[in-house]
Ligand binder design. Structure first.
Ligand SMILES: NC(=O)c1ccc[n+]([C@@H]2O[C@H](COP(=O)([O-])OP(=O)(O)OC[C@H]3O[C@@H](n4cnc5c(N)ncnc54)[C@H](O)[C@@H]3O)[C@@H](O)[C@H]2O)c1
Length: 257
């Protein structure tokens, strides 16, 4: 096992979700000192215990990313408990579904709050610590649906497009600080977020994921680890010349075309 993140202080949001769990295990497994975040204290505690049984120590701080105070406390928690921040992975997200006529105010604002504004709060609070340390890496999770908006997800696509723009802005503005800011843009990934869409429509998610896989030139939709591996690459020294990039990870499947 390579130890690409030995001694690195890493914050991961959405840590108990589909891609999040793969990320927490990968970074902790490769030597990172991981602080992860998610909404449910109980789910965070269960994940921390499951990882401890595998010999991996992590810490967590549960809370709601819609609260600015929580976003800022996550950064100070890393500074107080890990001694700083080297890597920030903004992975948490929600997917309100609907075209504009189906999108109520709460769907719109919650999408922007979690997918975009929390990323803004976390980056703004983390960057001074990275500047002080002489550099760092931030990896945001946008989506191919942010770059090529798919149908009937107006709030989600808009928020993910803004994350791609924010990533390019920060990548440009903080390159001279040695802080690399990049984003991963997955197409479909086999996680609760994707499966909930099938369940909502009364479709069996196991069959649906298999059928969906046939539409992907590589033969299957992404598994969480296949996205976590790209995020880890972007956070690692191997990506030292990658900055302000939005990396599409699609198995060659276009959103449309
Ligand atoms: N699954 C896909 O097909 C897909 C495709 C492209 C991009 N993405 C993006 O990948 C990222 C990870 O998604 P996933 O598929 O693992 O979904 P997921 O639903 O399994 O995980 C998302 C996590 O974010 C957490 N979260 C949501 N709102 C929060 C809040 N207010 N405060 C704190 N935590 C909160 C959730 O509790 C959950 O654990 C998201 O940003 C998503 O938009 C997913």
């Amino acid at each position: 096992m390579t130890m690409r993140f030995e001694g690195k202080r890493v914050i991961i949001t959405g840590g108990t979700g589909g891609i999040g769990q793969a990320l927490v295990e990968l970074f902790a497994g490769e030597g990172g000192q991981v602080l992860f975040s998610d909404r449910s204290e109980e789910d965070c505690s269960d994940l921390g215990n499951a990882l401890r049984r595998k010999g991996l120590e992590t810490i967590f701080l549960a809370g709601d990313l819609r609260q600015k105070a929580y976003c800022e406390s996550l950064i100070s928690h890393a500074v107080e408990n890990l001694g700083g921040i080297d890597i920030l992975i903004n992975n948490a997200g929600i997917i309100p579904r609907g075209n504009i006529l189906e999108t109520n105010d709460d769907m719109w604002f919650s999408s922007l709050d979690v997918n975009l504004t929390a990323v803004f709060f976390l980056c703004r609070a983390a960057i001074p610590h990275m500047q002080q340390a002489g550099g760092g890496a931030i990896v945001n999770t946008s989506s191919t649906w942010g770059i090529y908006p798919g149908p009937d997800h107006v709030a989600y696509c808009t928020s993910k497009a803004a994350v791609a723009a924010l990533t390019k802005n920060l990548g440009r503005d903080h390159a001279a600080d040695g802080i690399r800011v990049n984003a991963v843009c997955p197409n479909e990934v086999n996680t609760p977020m994707l499966r909930s869409g099938f369940i909502r429509r009364g479709i069996d998610p196991v069959n649906a994921v298999e059928e969906l896989g046939k539409t992907v030139p590589l033969g299957h939709i992404a598994e969480p680890a296949e996205i976590a591996d790209v995020i880890a690459f972007l956070a690692s020294n191997e990506a030292r010349y990658v900055c302000g990039a939005t990396v599409e990870v699609t198995g060659a499947k276009p959103v449309y075309g």
